[in-house]
Design a protein. Structure first.
Length: 273
């Protein structure tokens, strides 16, 4: 089995499967950070070269199943996985944690895309806590009237003078996030609907301090995902593996409907990258 990883769910699944003598598991990481959190078991790092390269790798390594447990915003590899799985004749599962839902006291502004997020951000405040990663930082740096505190895992390279880079990696706490918002006098938070509990404390801190939140919605699921097996937690993924072990890779292992979204700050709301 190949697990396309990089998320906490992928690491948890790999650790569970490592205990099973009937499963040989390889985890694949994109290699975008220099010191990633490594899962248990065999690991490969780097891209496949698109759907064709992934198809060839699955065949050459005699895989019978593929679990796509990548980040909700990793559109490229998700498309490659959906195309490669039927070509290679392997069973496919999408493991994706639920997104966040606003609750009482939240001031969320949901937007579709980073350009809309930048426009909405500028209308809401001037001191911004930007937690969307480094890949899309350029969408926000063209607004010199806004001071940006950009939290990233890896150094993004040169940035304009009105951008301050904060290198950090979760998990975070509500107390720590509250301190960041207060210390930097943040009046608007920009983030993605990543879901999970490891980075949700910033939302609880924003709620407590009445800081508005610009939330970039997840990309729409590709049409190819319709009819595929989809689960939303590791326990359900392990049940899928159990059914696959009984029925064989040529049969569908079953899917589940998305559960109701839970409030962002709850301790049981899952995990994130």
């Amino acid at each position: 089995m190949l697990i396309l990883g990089g998320t906490a769910e992928a690491r948890t699944l790999a650790a569970a499967l490592a205990q099973r003598p009937d499963v040989e598991c390889v985890s694949s990481l994109a290699g975008r950070v220099s010191r990633p959190r490594l899962p248990v078991g065999k690991v490969r790092v780097g891209g496949f070269g698109g759907p064709g390269g992934l198809t060839e790798w699955l065949r050459d390594n005699h895989m019978t199943a593929l679990v796509d447990a990548t980040h909700p915003y990793a559109e490229g590899i998700r498309g490659s996985a959906l195309a490669a799985a039927p070509l290679a004749g392997v069973a496919y599962l999408r493991l994706e944690r639920p997104g966040w839902t606003a609750g009482p006291g939240d001031q969320w502004h949901r937007v579709a895309g980073y350009a809309a997020a930048a426009t909405t951000m500028a209308a809401l405040g001037r001191r911004v806590f930007l937690t969307i990663g480094r890949q899309h930082l350029h969408a926000f740096t063209g607004l010199p009237e806004c001071w940006l505190l950009a939290r990233v895992v890896e150094e993004p390279g040169p940035v304009p003078r009105h951008v301050t880079v904060l290198r950090s990696r979760g998990p975070y706490t509500v107390g720590g996030e509250t301190a960041v918002l207060r210390e930097h006098r943040i009046d608007v938070l920009v983030t993605k609907d990543s879901g999970g509990s490891l980075t949700a404390p910033k939302l609880a801190a924003a709620r407590a301090l009445s800081v508005p939140v610009v939330m970039v919605d997840r990309p729409a699921p590709p049409p190819e995902l319709a009819g595929q097996d989809v689960v939303h937690d590791v326990i359900a993924a392990l049940r899928w593996v159990d059914r696959l072990a009984r029925t064989g890779p040529g049969s569908r292992a079953g899917s589940t409907r998305p559960p109701p979204r839970r409030h962002a700050g709850g301790p049981g709301s899952g995990s994130t990258r």
